[in-house]
Design a protein around this ligand. Sequence first.
Ligand SMILES: Nc1ncnc2c1ncn2[C@@H]1O[C@H](COP(=O)(O)OP(=O)(O)OP(=O)(O)O)[C@@H](O)[C@H]1O
Length: 582
Amino acid sequence: MINRLQKKYALSDQGAKDLFKAIVYSVLANISLMLPVALLAIVLNAMLPVALGMEDKTAGLAWYTAAGIIILVIIFIFHYLQYTKAYIGTYEESERRRITLAEKLRTLPLGFFHERDLADLTSTIMGDCASFEHAFSHTVPQFFGALISTAIVCIVLLIMNWKMGLALLWVAPVAFAIVLLSRKWQEKLGKKYMTERMNLSEGIQECLETVQDIKACNQENTYLKKLDAKMDIAEKAQISSEMVSASLVTTGQMILRLGLVTVIVVGSSLILHGKISLFTYILYLIAASRLYDPLSGAMANMAELFGANLQVNRLKEIQEYPLESGQKDYHTKGYDVTFDHVKFSYEEGKPVLKDVSFTAKQGQVTALVGPSGGGKSTVAKLAAKFYDLDGGKITLGGVDIAKLDSVALMKDFSIVFQDVVLFNNTIMENIRVGRKGASDTDVIAAAKAAKCHEFIENLPQGYQTVIGENGSTLSGGECQRLSIARALLKDAPVILLDEATASLDVDSETQIQEAISELVSGKTVLVIAHRMRTIEAADQIVVLDKGVVAEKGNHDTLMKKNGLYRKLVDLQTEAANWKLNI
Ligand SMILES: Nc1ncnc2c1ncn2[C@@H]1O[C@H](COP(=O)(O)OP(=O)(O)OP(=O)(O)O)[C@@H](O)[C@H]1O
């Protein structure tokens, strides 16, 4: 049972044990609620003859009072136990679940993040986990608790008098069948609502991320209209999902109440024919007044469980996503990076790299150039094993990187991307990300080499300045220099520079170029730059066009070749001489 709960609801060992205990206590708590009915029956049995004048003395009132008090204590104890296991256990499991999810996300291959977007993941970690807190503290224990305890009471009632038992209980299977048979329908509507809610979250996230551009283009109204439309769609999907399950549950609950009518009709007839006593009749009437409430609750919980199942499946998708099984310890012969007939696509059927072969040699600078969208950044990401290949192989010092653990591989790479990622932390810590445990002196040395020491010193808190989300308080060039400082601090044998100097003015660019020249000696450097003049001195230039290597060589040979490289250089020279005609 514990194993089944664990699998069904993607719980930890402890979480499944706590849920199991919560269900057991919920069963006991529900049964304890039947004890007052049993006591009432006993009291009635003793009182009825007195009330009907058949006896003239009421015996054992003190005993009945004591039994009542004991029953109250029992009810309190079971409810208290159920509360601690269901609620405290659930919140502890929630904490474990979020930590496990975060740990899992940390170790997942980057391909996974390509398949799932950020809004989707945030919604799973925050939204779905919050829904589970409600489901596992309220719904699951109460559902199973009500069902099991009611089943036990039903068996007792059927054994005592099967005719009255049937009159009382025939409604339960009919009512539950209505909710159960419509499960697929409810799940379909639930899924639709979740998809629309996801679209809406993505829309809101996009709006917040692009608010500057939206305002700059005077597109607020158009954008808000689109967002409104998404909200309407999500609202409609939610209403139809809830309307359908609410209507079905209410129908089931109304059918349950018909049981009281059949108890009255069948009971009256049996009394008239002298088949049952007045006491039995009253007992079943009391049972009818108590029994249908937990069943009604279980029915509402069942509909909620269908929704929770959908969310559990999303969670399982993350938890069961295969982890990388690459080698963590490896030995390379030097640090040449070789692309050997590499094929790659982000989406099936849309190849980005069709056949790419070249070697970026250790101690040399290899530049990747080519028209926009030709696949330069993709090549840089593949070199660091951000994605798995569709064909061919990439080797680092002769070792196929497909066989290596991508986190372990990363220790050999220093990367500066076009899109700089900075954390809402101090400048000191943002640079230290490059090498955990680096001393403040090392961090400052890297900042000096990346020409950012001066601007950092001019900030009010210097290296202790907190720079806001993704460096929002700094200029683009300053952010880029910080990310270069981070790469300099890491000092890995392979360096990937993707438009590393794109946001810098000519002066800073020259200074950074000098810093990079120092950094790269003896290393394998793969550099992507749009400004052709920055890569003229590269040892090798690889021209990528439409996913294939169009040309290879150094600046002089490629210029003589008069091909695509020359065309790109000429175009840039033309563009550099362009000025406004005013
Ligand atoms: N995450 C992604 N998902 C789907 N397609 C992508 C993704 N990243 C890039 N692409 C596509 O892959 C192709 C190559 O992109 P890539 O960024 O590698 O080109 P690039 O040569 O670096 O371009 P640029 O010079 O403009 O930066 C483009 O058509 C791009 O739209």
